[in-house]
Design a protein. Sequence first.
Length: 428
Amino acid sequence: MGTIPMTAAECRRATEGLSRQIARYAELLVRVGVAVKPGQELVVSAPVERADFARQIVKSAYKAGASHVTMIWADDQISSLNYLNVDTDWFRHIPSWKKEQLNSLSEAGASFLFLEGSDPLALTGVDPVKPAVAHRASNVECKSFRNGMDFGRNAWCIAGVPVEAWARKVFPDVSTEEAVYRLWVAILEVSRADGDDPQSAWETHNAAFEKNKRLLNEAHYDSLHYYSSDGTDFTVGLNSTGIWAGGSSATQDGVMCFPNIPTEEVFTSPDRTRANGTIHSVLPLVHHGYIVRDFWFNFKDGKVVSYDAVEGKEILSHILKTDNNACRLGECALISKNTPIRQSGLLFYSTLYDENASCHLALGMGFPECIENGFTMDKDTLISSGINQSAIHVDFMVGSDDLSIDGIKKDGTREPIFVGGQWIWECE
């Protein structure tokens, strides 16, 4: 027998019953996610549909001592209308007012909170070239804004909020009201915000990252070999002075923030010139409102040389053609299958969540914090040190239930790191 559907009145009461948890979630994002300090500006990007939660964020920010909160609103339907009705050339550059807004806020030391909630199919029917060139223009022309986050000058955090279209995609067999309620419950649970003290829960969670980071950093592996029954047989080289990171991140002036809530990953930026073999995706990729399914990449000497997908191959083509380095890797992330998101059994159709259910790789931009003295290097020095530089950063999930990963040292010694989709020490 299936679950009895909730009535609209039951959904309203159930959602109202989450009000304290939702308020604590807002406090978590402000005080732990972006770590707002007294006298600091906070910039919040949010979908207009969740203006109610955005108001709670603003209230929490002023309670934490923020000097001012700037709101930037997003709307899937307006974005789609713009892409459908405006020529491609318009999107190749960012309006001067937008550049001034983002760059000046970054240069003034603002923290940035990005509340993500969108329809995974929002851009159906839109020429994929348009969002691709718009995304590239934003990354290239809003340099202070991008560099502020990439080089640790600004605290930032991406977190999720439910909107109706997204909720219906995740929970297609219930009413819209029930789907939104269920998505709120799922977001709070996997974000460790469903208890009485989410901030303490995140202190404990952050401490758990330290063991995995310590073991990987002390091992000094030269490369990692991935293999599984789906055809994955892939080796990626690591940088000699590379650093494994995860959990909280420190800005250059020592502010601890969480760039992603939730997060389950320990990650590094691999050697951009040493990736070889074939790697298969295990979850759909949602990119600018398009879905790519069942795809694979073949790498040679760090570059994607061939690829295919059952659905959305043209989206992969646009990603790879963004710039000269979009075909190289910027991230290698390890995540056990024994995490709240994976154990929930949900496919969120959102990279923020789905990447934290699976080991993943990312095409494009690498992380300066993942190499010794990276924050002091310019982009050319980072590239020469093995850290990829690009206008994109696109994660894709590769962590099948039977994925194995071996760490290979300079002398050729192999040590198992992952067996059956989990850390080797979880098997003991």
